[in-house]
Design a protein around this ligand. Structure first.
Ligand SMILES: C[S@@+](CC[C@H](N)C(=O)[O-])C[C@H]1O[C@@H](n2cnc3c(N)ncnc32)[C@H](O)[C@@H]1O
Ligand code: SF4
Length: 454
């Protein structure tokens, strides 16, 4: 890959887990009441047809990893567990009270923070509590994020018995110096142990999260990490680009200096090396950052073109309605987005008062809904088309104008009214989506909002 193209396209850009992206939500036209109307409309349209998804944010971590960009609450106080679970169940009840049908749950994802901060019996209380107000979809899929340093066999068994069949473990990098810089000492043996337990118990998809672009990380480190990962044969691998966003409140990214981070071309070389090794091991690149073996449901979803992207990342189970429970969670009714209070204190206060803790959001207009489809197509299938009249949008001429340069740089092919991302241009997929992102084009950010695209 020519370095000049890398430099040209390495600009701040969204990761497109939503469109419009969070900084472009129109708070002025949003209200909690409108959100709840949108929730009800989406619920009645989709519950019987396909079921709904739940994302539950479990924010606590005992130790701070200094690279982490997630919403977390660092504490060693486990007394938080039961209080928090009661709040999440209360929030769930506030939603279920609004509808007169029992929700049919197709997907549950426990994310964090660290879900395995909670004891197995508290996690059991949470899941059983949800089903006091709901029923299981015949074809459900439940997954959770486990920290290899504190996931026990009992966690895995308890969640498996409750219907969980997918687990992802945070690995990042196995090198000592990198682990020290990110304050996350995690030997291979810990990852090996939890991966083997998950397999023995019967989980059918084990995923490992790796990152390229971490402080002090070299090509040798990436090669060593993937060689070790190979021994455990995870079904999926997330190979994330390190998002350096120290300005985001609460991330507390520190413990290393900017100059300790691999620069643009070196960071790209880390990705290229990782991708090549993963290809050789039989992992197929699925959407952005994700690789899967051909036997995994994520790969199958690309084959059947059912892959979907939402705030949880990529999923093989698309539902129109996803409710996010817990502090900072984002819900998606397809027609609108809503985010919960981001601090534990505020979330606790509002739910305790019997109120849905949404504090901001966005209701999509007609143009947003069409652009959202194009961005999803590009992020999930690396192509899109506006041949159908209902996929044309008002600002399409501006998009076509912006795509001209991207096409001349060889990143996409345009055949009539179809766009196809070139095979070698997958690392630039965020840049390609930006040509469709009219809200961003019309109002370029003056402060740092997004991580770099490469
Ligand atoms: C909530 S964490 C995983 C669960 C658990 N807390 C753990 O650390 O093992 C989700 C994943 O997000 C990824 N992640 C977090 N911060 C990131 C950043 N700044 N850039 C890229 N990926 C990041 C990591 O790979 C991490 O494993
Ligand atoms: S990487 Fe995981 S354990 Fe570390 S701070 Fe982030 S959420 Fe917590």
């Amino acid at each position: 890959m020519a370095i000049s193209l890398l430099q040209k396209y390495n600009i701040p850009g969204p990761r497109y887990t939503s469109y419009p992206t969070v900084p472009y939500w129109e708070d002025a036209t949003f209200s909690k009441e409108k959100w709840l109307e949108s929730f009800k409309k989406s619920f009645y349209e989709s519950n019987q047809k396909e079921g709904i998804s739940l994302y539950i944010h479990l924010p606590f971590c005992e130790n701070l990893c200094t690279f982490c960009a997630c919403h977390k609450h660092i504490t060693k106080k486990h007394a938080h567990e039961e209080v928090y679970i009661d709040l999440v169940l209360k929030e769930w009840e506030l939603y279920t009270d609004l509808v007169d049908e029992r929700p049919i749950i197709k997907e549950i994802h426990l994310g964090g923070g660290t879900p395995t901060f909670f004891t197995p019996s508290n996690l059991s209380k949470l899941i059983n509590g949800l089903f006091e107000k709901a029923i299981r979809h015949a074809d459900y899929e439940f997954s959770f994020e486990g920290h290899p340093n504190n996931t026990t066999k009992e966690h895995l068994q308890t969640l498996y018995d409750l219907g969980f069949t997918r687990v992802s473990f945070g690995v990042q990098d196995y090198d000592d110096k990198v682990q020290e810089a990110i304050n996350r000492i995690q030997p291979f043996e810990n990852v090996e142990k939890v991966t083997k337990w998950a397999r023995e118990i019967g989980y059918n998809s084990v995923s490992h999260d790796l990152i390229f672009g971490l402080p002090f990380q070299t090509r040798d480190n990436v090669a060593q990490t993937i060689t070790k990962t190979k021994k455990l044969q995870p079904d999926r691998i997330s190979f994330y680009s390190y998002a350096h966003v120290p300005w985001v409140k609460g991330t507390r990214q520190r413990g290393f200096n900017e100059e300790d981070l691999p620069k643009t071309d070196e960071k790209r070389a880390l990705y290229e090396l990782g991708k090549q090794m993963l290809d050789e091991l039989g992992y197929i690149e699925v959407g952005m950052d994700h690789f899967a073996l051909k036997t995994d449901s994520l790969f199958k979803a690309t084959e059947y073109k059912t892959l979907h992207r939402n705030f949880m990342g990529y999923t093989a189970n698309k539902t129109q309605l996803m409710i996010g429970l817990g502090m900072s969670s984002i819900s998606d009714s397809w027609y609108g987005f809503a985010q919960n209070e981001k601090s534990l204190k505020k979330y606790t206060e509002i739910v305790s008062e019997g109120e849905i803790p949404v504090f901001r959001g966005h209701l999509l207009n007609e143009e947003d809904l069409i652009i959202r489809k194009h961005i999803l197509n590009i992020m999930c299938h690396f192509e899109t088309s506006w041949e159908d009249e209902h996929l044309k949008f008002k600002g399409i001429d501006k998009t076509l104008e912006l795509l001209e340069e991207i096409k001349n740089d060889g990143l996409v092919r345009i055949e009539g009214e179809r766009l196809i991302v070139s095979e070698h241009a997958r690392p630039f997929v965020r840049n390609i989506c930006m040509a469709f992102d009219l809200r961003l084009q019309e109002n370029k950010p003056e402060t740092k909002l997004f991580s770099m695209t490469i």
